[in-house]
Design a protein around this ligand. Structure first.
Ligand code: GFB
Length: 322
């Protein structure tokens, strides 16, 4: 995206490592960085377990990245977060610690850490400004993941202060797009509902089940917009404070389901299972800092859903599992 903002940090010509390149955000970062004239580095989970400090340091020493986009994480939707707290806390703490410390030892010029909008208090003011961090209790269903991501922000600040390491923490809202996880137990709501609605249409089911009441509000950003914003921010001098990345608009889960039904062409009804948790009642980021830095979202929800649905049909479509 073009902007009037001065470019303070050039990616062009640099050795850039995307940690977690196989995930939703990592794949999108690779697509976006392919246009940034940098030398892209990746490593597979089989090559390096980023939860191990020695493996992480050895990889950085051998490959000498100058910039790291740290998108490696254990992620999932509300059920996965709620039922695998140990993994979500340990894995995400470990990879943040290991990558930041290895970056310091390896003389890396810049580290971009990816967080999440769930770092904010459950009942934060809406839209949520960056200053809401640590101002109230967290949402219980994803507090483990949130604590790990908050620790990452603080680690970045501490390393900037003590060692002068340039760490930028970006906090994306709920992301979706090509390459998402469509597994119904571990996915986020958007891919889950795309799949459920698609399968219901295929098998002629009259209703689709939605977890919770359908009233929680979420902000959904297409992952290609997110990657564009993150790469934009990486090229600016944004200072020590973390920055929200969102589109500035939210919808209820019920509205999301209705939009998905339109995109898929499903005429059935929805039934709400209120015995399932709703999670936080609303998550809408205040993106004024991001837009003041010269970035605007481009992909609206319906267009983004169409794009994601065609990717899903091309990669996952199979007879409904009954
Ligand atoms: O996307 P999601 O799993 O996570 O759920 P969060 C969002 C809302 O959609 C909740 C409802 O109110 C769910 O109850 N929902 C309805 C469903 N049907 C479904 C379904 O079939 N599957 C899923 N997964 N949800 C996540 C955090 O919170 O936000 C992560 O758990 C991360 O850690 C992410 O921070 C950005 O939006 O509640």
């Amino acid at each position: 995206m073009k902007s009037d903002q001065p470019t303070c940090f050039r990616l062009a010509g640099r050795r850039v490592w995307v940690a977690g390149h196989g995930g939703l955000v990592g794949q999108a970062l690779l697509r976006r960085l392919a246009r940034a004239q940098c030398e892209l580095l990746t490593c597979s989970r089989q090559e390096v377990d980023l939860r191990r400090q020695n493996e992480t340091e050895a990889w950085i020493t051998a490959h000498r990245p100058e910039v790291i986009f740290h998108a490696a994480a254990t992620v999932g939707g509300i059920l996965a977060n709620d039922t695998r707290p140990g993994e979500f806390l340990y894995d995400n703490l470990a990879v943040a610690m290991n990558v930041v410390e290895a970056a310091r030892r390896g003389g890396v010029a810049k580290v971009i850490l990816l967080g999440s909008s769930c770092i904010y208090p459950r009942l934060a003011p809406q839209p949520i400004p960056e200053t809401a961090l640590l101002q109230g209790p967290l949402e219980p269903t994803n507090q483990w993941y949130a604590i790990a991501k908050i620790a990452g922000i603080m680690l970045g600040k501490a390393y900037r202060r003590q060692y002068g390491l340039d760490v930028v923490s970006v906090m994306p809202t709920n992301l979706y797009g090509p390459g998402d996880n469509f597994d119904l137990q571990s996915s986020h709501v958007l891919p889950a509902l795309l799949r459920k609605v698609h399968e219901a249409k295929r098998s002629g089911d009259a209703t689709v089940e939605i977890w919770g009441t359908g009233t929680p509000r979420r902000e959904f950003l297409h992952v290609d917009d997110a990657a564009d914003a993150i790469v934009h921010l990486a090229q600016l001098d944004t200072g020590a404070e973390h920055i929200n990345v969102g589109c500035g608009q939210d919808v209820t889960i019920k509205e999301l389901a209705e939009t998905i039904a339109r995109v898929v062409g499903y005429a059935g009804a929805f039934r709400f299972d209120a015995s399932r948790p709703d999670g936080t009642p609303q998550k809408l980021l205040d993106i004024r800092r991001l837009t003041a830095l010269g970035w605007q979202p481009r992909i609206g929800l319906e267009a983004g859903l169409r794009d994601t649905y065609s990717w899903y049909c091309a990669h996952h479509d199979r007879p409904a599992e009954k």
